[in-house]
Ligand binder design. Structure first.
Ligand code: UDP
Ligand code: MG
Length: 318
């Protein structure tokens, strides 16, 4: 690794904020002290996601006292994933760090993310080994969801990992080329590849206030994760249709044999015929799904491929 002079590299800390007046002051103090201790120049970018409390005036006040604090304020609530994206769009750093404002991701752990980055990681992500102060419902649904997602996704989305992570500049630039509207950042991060290194940590309780992720928001995020990174839901009906059609054709053959020998009740023909028609309809839905899937991926318009390194090729050459 080339010797990094800390003075040459800028860190950007990106913090989404939605109705967080109770936590902002303490959160800023802790994060600012942590960032100062790492020895790099840094900026803290707050994205106010349409808060209806006094968050924005608190942010104004913090930014007034600290010129390395920047604030982007949305016209309304666009959601956490878009708030983080806006912060990344404006970040100037050589490494971008995404963290929740509520101190659930402890600011000290940023030091471990930076250490992994200094050792050459392109992405360093926080992996929760324990979650404190969250409801059984949240822990259980999160546990099941992460496992469901991993089993369905075509890309290795790590278990028990949220958006708390560090992205190297080259990763962030690639990431920002993806302009899909229904964003699931950790899935997009997994899709990109690169060298992603886990950093284990204990997730703390929220410092104050209540979760801003309502059940509705959580369900949308869960749905975006599955539909954005798995084709399974579309292929399910094709598989079911083939199964149903084959079974009903076998049933019809069996009925024919029985009809020619001992005879069958007429309604059995109707049942088998009905099952076959349904099977064909499911296959047809699967075919339509396959075309929709193709259109969906064309619309997403993600980069076709991502180059990490070129050897004996000038960077301007395509
Ligand atoms: N957040 C946001 N917009 C939203 C919901 C949440 O910017 O619509 C922010 C919130 O202020 C916090 C982070 O996203 O910094 C994570 O939210 P929260 O802590 O409420 O979620 P939880 O940790 O309970 O999943
Ligand atoms: Mg939280």
């Amino acid at each position: 690794m080339e010797s990094i002079s800390r003075k040459d590299k800028l860190l950007s800390l990106i913090v989404p904020v939605y109705n967080e007046e109770e936590v902002l002051d303490v959160s800023f103090e802790k994060m600012d002290a942590a960032m100062k201790s790492f020895g790099y120049p840094y900026e803290i970018i707050y994205v106010n996601d349409g808060s209806r409390d006094s968050s924005l005036s608190k942010l104004r006040e913090i930014a007034g006292r600290n010129s390395h604090v920047k604030v982007i304020s949305f016209s309304r609530n666009f959601g956490h994933q878009l708030a983080v994206t806006a912060g990344m769009d404006h970040a100037k750093g050589d490494a971008l760090i995404i963290i929740d404002v509520d101190l659930q991701d402890p600011p000290e752990v940023i030091g471990d993310l930076i250490a992994a980055w200094e050792k050459g990681a392109d992405i360093a992500y926080g992996k929760r080994v324990k979650r404190k102060g969250e409801t059984i419902f949240k822990k259980l649904t999160a546990f099941m969801y992460y496992r469901l997602l991993k089993s369905m996704s075509a890309y290795p989305i790590p278990l028990d990992t949220g958006d708390f992570r560090l992205l190297d500049r080259k990763v962030a630039d690639t990431f920002l080329q993806m302009r899909e509207h229904n964003r699931f950042l950790r899935g997009m991060s997994a899709w990109m590849g690169f060298e992603a290194v886990p950093v284990e940590y204990v997730r703390h309780e929220r410092y104050a206030g209540k979760t801003k992720y309502t059940l509705k928001k959580m369900l949308k995020l869960a749905f975006d994760g599955i539909t954005g990174f798995s084709d399974r839901p579309l292929t399910l009906s094709m598989g079911f249709g083939i199964f149903l059609s084959v079974m009903s054709v076998l049933g019809l053959i069996a009925l024919l044999i029985l009809a020619l020998t001992i005879g069958v009740a007429p309604w059995l023909w109707a049942v088998a015929g009905f099952a076959l028609i349904n099977g064909i309809m499911f296959i047809n839905m699967g075919i339509q799904g396959a075309y929709m899937n193709r259109m969906y991926h064309e619309l997403l318009n993600r980069p076709l491929y991502i180059v990490k390194e070129k050897i004996n090729i000038e960077s301007e050459e395509v």
